[in-house]
Design a protein around this ligand. Structure first.
Ligand SMILES: NC(=O)c1ccc[n+]([C@@H]2O[C@H](COP(=O)([O-])OP(=O)(O)OC[C@H]3O[C@@H](n4cnc5c(N)ncnc54)[C@H](O)[C@@H]3O)[C@@H](O)[C@H]2O)c1
Length: 286
């Protein structure tokens, strides 16, 4: 059975793009929820921007844009989730905050509602354990920007049922994504591989192998990566990179995942990357 009512807590960067993606590729009604009215306002603007650019690039007719926007709703009331067939959570990357939200939604939503988290690194099994529906709980890891990136990483938790997996896989295909499936291990496939490269690049810089620019050029020209690992880390946010390395280290207990001290130092100094104007590189904040 397709999902016709999708509810997305977290109207931030990821939530707004996921909402636009779902409304543009399916007939579903999509509701964005956020605790901050300002975030809902920003989400509306983001959806407008994605729509405008899709029309300009010829991906979407104007009439379709008006119609799909009429199916995206915005709310700060959790109770609206009573109608959801599918919840895709995209709030802050904090296990306690996510568990608290899912515990709450478990009471509000219908028993058959499927729960998904867009977490980049947290355990799906641990999040599912906050609910009484671990069989209907799954990881749906979208990439940024969600309406453009082709990949969807699906992570079944320890108790996710085959039916849930089949349904979200069909949904991902409807969204036009190429799907990979990963076991529920820390960092799954993509975050583990991506962050290990970032961390190792930071070690190369700290050990004085070369400059940030040359390390990045090594990967852009030598391996055809669209962006070097240090520039990527600045784009993601060094605080987020550190948090993910700590999750990997705690999860595997393997020293190969120890966070590079240079990343720790930059975070301690408040140099978090592009968003603060300085990370491995210096940015013009305007
Ligand atoms: N940014 C990325 O590139 C990226 C990529 C893949 C996955 N993710 C994951 O997606 C999730 C969201 O990331 P983001 O970058 O969009 O963050 P963001 O900070 O842009 O947005 C998070 C939103 O959640 C809201 N929020 C916080 N607690 C809430 C609650 N209890 N109920 C409702 N809303 C709440 C915040 O007000 C904020 O608007 C994280 O788990 C992150 O790891 C991010």
């Amino acid at each position: 059975m397709p999902f016709s009512n999708v509810y997305i807590p977290g109207a931030g960067f990821m939530g707004s793009a996921i909402a636009f993606l779902i409304a543009s590729k399916t007939d579903a009604t999509v509701t964005l929820l956020d605790v901050y009215p300002d975030a809902l306002e920003r989400a509306k603007k983001a959806v407008d921007k994605y729509g405008k650019s899709s029309v300009e690039k010829g991906f979407l007719p104007q009439e379709k844009l008006d119609e799909l926007k009429s199916r995206i709703h915005y709310t700060d009331n959790n109770k609206d989730a009573v109608h959801a067939d599918l919840v895709i959570e995209a709030i802050a990357e904090d296990v306690k905050v996510k568990q608290e939200l899912f515990r709450h939604l478990d009471h509000t939503c219908k028993p058959e509602t499927v729960f998904a988290s867009n977490t980049s690194s947290l355990s799906i099994t641990t999040l599912a354990a906050a609910t009484k529906r671990p069989d209907k709980f799954v990881g749906l890891h979208f990439f940024s920007p969600a309406h453009v990136m082709k990949l969807l990483e699906i992570i079944p938790g320890f108790d996710t049922s085959k039916d849930t997996l089949d349904r979200v896989t069909a949904f991902g295909q409807q969204l036009g994504k190429t799907i990979i499936t990963s076991k529920d291990m820390p960092g799954f496939i993509t975050t583990r591989l991506g962050l290990v490269l970032v961390n190792e690049a930071a070690f190369c810089l700290m050990e004085g192998l070369s400059s940030a620019e040359e390390i990045d050029t090594g990967m852009t020209l030598g391996y055809n990566h669209p962006m070097g690992p240090l520039a990527l880390a600045d784009f993601i946010g060094l605080d987020i990179c550190l948090h993910i390395m700590e999750t990997l280290y705690a999860g595997y207990g393997d020293p190969k995942y120890r966070a590079c001290p240079l990343i720790r130092q930059l975070v301690a100094a408040g140099h978090l990357g592009k968003k603060t104007g300085r990370g491995f590189y210096q940015y013009n904040k305007n």
